[in-house]
Design a protein around this ligand. Structure first.
Ligand code: C5J
Length: 221
């Protein structure tokens, strides 16, 4: 049995497939100036620290021909899938749907809503567009994972305490064995990232596991 050295204890990989990489919301809207994260007053440059690590994980999953899922947080142009509570929250200078320097904020198809160039999905990789923070809310993610026999998820992306943690909790409740890759997730708030990592592994791994990308890559090799 191959396992990854992890917190709070080793994470066992499934013997015959069943493992996927899930990359949450590595979009220009969160990582670049003029996007949603910037409009909310965050220092978006912090999130770029994980891009090299994510490139390594992507390269490994591609080399081993393991399934890869990317998510994009975004709304239909008519905002019919964006509740007013979400649109008005945050009181940023630009709201969801307003026109910014990269197009309309957090609207599907706008250039600012796309995945950053370094992490562009390749043909054959699944891209899930999601209107909520969690990747299971109002999407086909759960049925796609079941159809492909996926039981174990390595979770990465931004931001750790919002869309990443929400998705990991949703996945955990649905019975998936989840590991959050510590240096492949980032937050605008370092303390929130650390608290999220601590919460996940507390109480014997109540939400799942965490491990470094180096440990993940070593076990996959
Ligand atoms: C946020 C996300 N923070 N991807 N979205 O609004 O975490």
């Amino acid at each position: 049995m191959v396992s990854i050295s992890a917190q709070p204890y080793d994470y066992e990989l499934p013997a015959h497939g069943g493992l996927a990489l899930l990359i949450i919301d590595m979009q220009r809207d969160f990582l670049e100036e003029g996007g949603f994260g910037d409009a909310l007053g965050n220092d978006v440059t912090r999130l770029r620290a994980i891009v090299p690590t994510l490139k390594e994980l992507l390269a490994a999953f591609r080399a081993y021909k393991l399934p890869i899922f990317h998510t994009i947080e975004g709304h239909q142009p008519d905002l019919s899938d964006c509740p007013p509570s979400k649109r008005h929250r945050g009181r940023g200078e630009l709201k969801i749907g307003d026109v910014g320097p990269m197009g309309r904020i957090l609207v599907l198809g706008e250039s600012g809503n796309g995945i950053i160039p370094e992490l562009q999905p390749l043909p054959g990789e699944t891209v899930i567009t999601k209107p909520g923070k969690g990747a299971f809310y109002n999407t086909h993610l759960e049925s796609l994972l079941h159809e492909q026999g996926i039981t174990h998820l390595l979770i990465t992306g931004v931001t750790t305490e919002v869309c990443v943690q929400t998705t990991m909790r949703e996945a955990n409740d649905r019975g998936f064995e989840c590991l959050l890759v510590e240096d492949a997730t980032e937050s605008y708030f370092p303390a929130f990232k650390q608290s999220t990592l601590d919460m996940i592994v507390a109480q014997g791994g109540i939400v799942g596991w965490t491990a470094s990308a180096a440990n993940v890559l070593q076990s996959l090799a």
